[in-house]
Ligand binder design. Structure first.
Ligand SMILES: Nc1ncnc2c1ncn2[C@@H]1O[C@H](COP(=O)(O)OP(=O)(O)OP(=O)(O)O)[C@@H](O)[C@H]1O
Length: 267
């Protein structure tokens, strides 16, 4: 990661990744010169097999994994240790395992998304400002969580309900970009479709760009405006769902059974 904060050449992009490289200590190269640009409001799917580097790329964009080389630019500001705090406010994160605190209620989990900007005592006493409380309720209603579930501990919610809460939390700071890391991997196919539908609809309504990692081809085809194929840390495809033919799939997943099983094609 560069140490010189500056404004990029592409202020109209929500996210610009330039020549990102990463190898974990004593491991292989996981990101091998990844460059991409995400436009405002666009729903992009990062499609790749297990181990292709999807999570590493998303975690590097939010500053959790330092790059060995390359730059990440969020809305015109290069990500540096100094700018991480500000850049993170532009990003909402949706996790595969929901990332909720099980003892907190649905509403408290959503409000916790504002934690970085609040004094610690407010978190300790769960004393959120009224506007944050109102916003959390509004978002939970928007994502379709029934009123009776708003004050229920997250541990008492179904997987689909938990991910609705996760999406509401990702939206609470009014981000320009949502990073969703395999957001439906632990959900049944029906619930997975409902959650993907919700993620796409709410992001479009709020004008938020989404970069969503998936390994399911059918979900990628259904929900993406654009698909970015990642294989062994390199972008091997960048196009529309309509261009995702067998040759492209072989490029992304390989042709061997170990990397491209027909079952991957179903949600
Ligand atoms: N903290 C780490 N230390 C060492 N190696 C790691 C670490 N995190 C990931 N890796 C390795 O980096 C490679 C890419 O992992 P990553 O999680 O980014 O891929 P992925 O495409 O998200 O896979 P999955 O879909 O299974 O989550 C894998 O070989 C993984 O074992």
């Amino acid at each position: 990661m560069t140490s010189t904060p500056s404004h990029s050449q592409a202020p109209d992009a929500v996210l610009t990744v330039d020549a990102a490289r990463k190898a974990y200590p004593a491991g292989p190269t996981v990101l091998d010169g990844v460059s991409l640009r995400i436009e405002p409001g666009s729903f992009c799917v990062l499609l790749g097999a297990s181990g292709s580097g999807k999570t590493t790329l998303l975690r590097s964009i939010i500053g959790l994994v330092p790059l060995d080389a390359g730059t990440i630019d969020i809305s015109g500001t290069i990500l540096t240790p100094k700018s991480i705090r500000r850049s993170r406010r532009e990003i909402g994160m949706v996790h595969q395992d929901f990332g909720l605190s099980s003892r907190l209620t649905a509403a408290q989990n959503v409000m916790a998304g504002t934690a970085p900007g609040l004094p610690v005592w407010r978190l300790l006493f769960q004393a959120y400002p009224k506007d944050v409380q109102d916003k959390a309720c509004e978002l939970l209603s928007r994502v379709g969580l029934e009123e009776g579930h708003v004050n229920r501990p997250a541990s008492g919610l179904s997987g689909g309900q938990k991910q609705r809460v996760g999406i509401a939390r990702a939206l609470i700071n009014g981000p320009k970009l949502i990073l969703a890391d395999e957001p439906v991997a632990s959900l049944d196919p029906q619930t997975a479709q409902e959650v993907m539908d919700l993620l796409r609809r709410t992001a479009k309504e709020q004008g938020v760009a989404v970069l969503c990692s998936l390994h399911q081809i059918s979900l990628s085809r259904t929900y993406a405006d654009r698909i970015i194929g990642l294989r062994k840390g390199k972008i091997v495809f960048d196009g529309t769902p309509g261009q995702l033919g067998p040759d492209v799939l072989a490029r992304i997943f390989g042709t061997g059974r170990e990397t491209f099983a027909p079952s991957m094609a179903v949600a």
